[in-house]
Every structure is written in C-alpha cells, then in structure tokens.
Design a protein around this ligand. Structure first.
Ligand SMILES: [Zn+2]
Length: 144
C-alpha cells in the first residue's frame, strides 16, 4: 500500500449506535494498561516530591527510586509502543496520526489538545470516528 492510499480515508459514517458503543468500549479497554503507565509517571513525580519535602519518609528511598525508575523506563517504552499499535482505528484501520504532531478535538467540554503518544483518544484523527463511549453519545446528540 502506498503512502498516498494510506492517507486516503473514507470519513466515518455512523449507522448503528449500539455497535459503535460496543466498539468504543472495547477500544478504550485495550488502552487501560497504557493509561496506567501514563499515570505511573505522575505517581513517581509525586513520590519524589513528597520525599523531598519530607512529607513522607522512605528509608531506602534512593534504592527504591532506582527500581521504580527501571520499572518506569519499561512502562514508558511499553506505553509508547502499545499506544501506537492499540490505537489503530477499528473503522478505517489506520494508525493514529501521532507523529504528525497535533490533534485537536472539540467537544462540549471545550477543546482538548494532545500531542504525541497519549493514550487518551476520543476520536480517530484520520476518519474522525468516535472512539470512546462518550464520543459516540455526543456524535448522536449532534445528529439529532
Ligand atoms: Zn479511523
């Protein structure tokens, strides 16, 4: 398949809300481990912060951090790779356009802006299919 064909996408057309909801739930479920890895980064930062500010006292902090750091490296690699492969759109069967930089999604809660390998996806950024249950519901609301 040439790059030209790959970028030629038939825009998403909804036809079955029940089926689309099921697809969205399945799609989001696949991303749970990636999301976990994503949050782990924040957890590690928080732990360091708490120790540095003497809010918590972990005796073997440096040793613990080197283990957590190793786990962090593994999780990050896992998250990036899995996010890349697991976010293949179930409708247009394309990888998300992650390496081209930006994706901007507008919904009722405002505009969310994401860049890079972020496992929080609500719409396919190629065919614009709704990929989270919330996005499916919003999609049908807009049509009604
Ligand atoms: Zn798609």
């Amino acid at each position: 398949m040439s790059i030209n064909n790959y970028n030629k996408i038939i825009p998403f057309k909804s036809n079955n809300k029940e089926k689309e909801l099921k697809t969205a739930v399945k799609f989001q479920r696949r991303l749970i481990p990636s999301k976990f890895a994503y949050f782990y980064t924040g957890f590690l930062g928080l732990l360091t912060f708490l120790q540095k500010c003497s809010i918590i006292h972990i005796a073997n902090f440096d040793e613990l951090m080197s283990w957590l750091g190793l786990l962090f490296a593994v999780l990050t690699v896992y998250s990036v790779i899995s996010t890349f492969f697991l976010t293949i759109c179930p409708y247009c069967h394309r990888f998300q356009n992650l390496f081209n930089g930006k994706s901007v999604n507008g919904d009722t809660e405002g505009i969310s802006y994401s860049q890079g390998m972020v496992p929080f996806i609500h719409h396919c950024n190629r065919c614009n299919a709704p990929l989270s249950p919330k996005a499916v519901i919003e999609h049908y609301k807009k049509q009604a």
